[in-house]
Each structure stands twice: as C-alpha cells, then as structure tokens.
Write a protein that binds this ligand. Sequence first.
Ligand code: CP
Length: 305
Amino acid sequence: MELKGRDVISLKDFNREEIEYIFKVALEFDLVASKKRSVSLASGKILASLFFEPSTRTRLSFETAMLRLGGGVIGFAEAAVSRAGDHYGESISDTVRMIDRYADIIAVRHLTAGTAAEMAKYSDIPVLNAGDGNNEHPTQALQDMYTIFKYRGQRLDGLKILLMGGMNYRVMHSLCYALPRFLNIEIFSFSSEDTRMPAEIVNYLKSREVFYKEIKSIEEVIDHIEVIEQIGPKRNKGDFIEDKFILNREKLNKANPNLLVLHPLPRIGELSEDVDSTQHAGYFEQAGNGVPLRMALIACCLGLA
Ligand code: CP
C-alpha cells in the first residue's frame, strides 16, 4: 500500500483498504508506544506541529508519535507568538510556503474550516488535519475507529454505534465519512434539535446506503448498541446541560455488558466520572491510542511504512 506523500484532510478521501492498512501499521507500533520505547524509523525527519487552536491530546500525541518514531518536532508555543497569529496576521499560504522548506510533514489545527486543505494546496509535504473549525477531525476519528477495531477483534463490519451529544462536532463528521467504508454499519444519533447532523452528511450516509437513525432517548438503543461515541452538546464549562444528554453509571445499567463508551475528551459534565470505574469506560485507552495511530499516519505519509 502506497500512502507516501498523502495529505490527511478528510476521511472522504480514504478507502477501506487504506484505513485497514493504517490500522495494521498502528498495531505494529502499539507495543513501542505502550512500552514507551522509540524506534529510529523517522530519524532525521521533522514534524511541524502547527496548533492555531488549543489542544492537549491531539498535539501531544502527534508530537509523542514523531519523537517515538525517532524524528524531531518544531512548532510555536501558541498561535499568538507566530506571525500568523499576531498583528501581521500572516496568510496561511505564506506560512506554509516557508514551513515546507523546514519540515517533512505538517500537523495543523485551525479554527477555520478548510485551513488544512488550503495548506495542502500550497505545500509539497504531507499535511495532516488535526481539526479544522467545525469541518473534520480525521485523525481523531481514525483513532476512535482504531480503538473499536482492536476492541472488536480487529473488525468493524456490522458495528452498531450511537453518536451522542453534538453532531456539529468535527469528529462526528469524520466518523460518518469513514464508517461507511465498512459493511453493515448502523449509526444512531442522539442530539439536541440545534445540534443535529448536518444535512450534507446525512445525505452522504444515504448515498452510501448506510443505516442512519436519529433517536430521542438513549433507552431506545442502550441494550443493543456496541459503542457510544459521546461529545457535547457544545457549551461552556458550568453551562446547563439537559439530563438526557448526561451519560452516567445508572443509564448504563441496561447496556450490553460489552458496550464500549468512547469520548474524544475533554469532557465538561456530559460524561459522568462515575462511568470511569465501569467496564464500559474506553476513553482513556482511546486517548492513548492516539500515539500508535499517529505514528502510523506519519510513517505512512512519509513513505516509511
Ligand atoms: N480530542 C481532542 O481533539 O482533544 P484535544 O482538543 O485536547 O486535542
């Protein structure tokens, strides 16, 4: 499988074979990452870590991934200390035309949808979208699917998944673009009226003949779904959240014992901490999987795997 030079902008651009290949490579890096070892595969290569928006997990797991591959990392502490983020407001096209002379691969997060695609247009090196506005978060969705893939004995066909919270989150969009690559996927969504799945994505699922159903309460599906991916609804810390959108231990009482609860994190109250000690909690392992998965993406896009 040749992924050398590929950008990772949208999961619409990746087919089943490519996704499975990335997972296969990630499995090979799993032990390196979990034992906190390093290899020298990417020795001499540099990742430009360009985070114009806050991040804990995505940024640190991208940087850890490159360091564990034996490469180096450059970046700025925050957007405000780059010329793109200060009073110059340097353009994305100028910024990237410099950076592709410094680095071998770019990971970029930006608050504006389409920024990763714009960077890729001006860059000769691979651009990996680490989240662009409310558009997509493809590496997070791959990390989430990789977590499910491992949990289900390395298969995704036949998955029944509930997307819960805000369908306006970029990771939900990326999941809906990638999951249809697999067979007999059933997607349920549970969100507030103002955070329903965008029509464009619902139409995409329809065009792929994927089972998709909006539900009004978690009780409708809790006994037969295999995975809940939760995030949102979007709000600030301390803002009101309707009880029906809070996932807690009590609501999981009727769940399939093997139900896996995922959340890209951070959580701000929608996922109760009393779930952490249940057999369902998969979100910290999911966050850990960001390292081998991003090692695989970097290695594949650099043509090292
Ligand atoms: N899941 C996720 O994107 O987390 P960060 O915002 O901390 O990167």
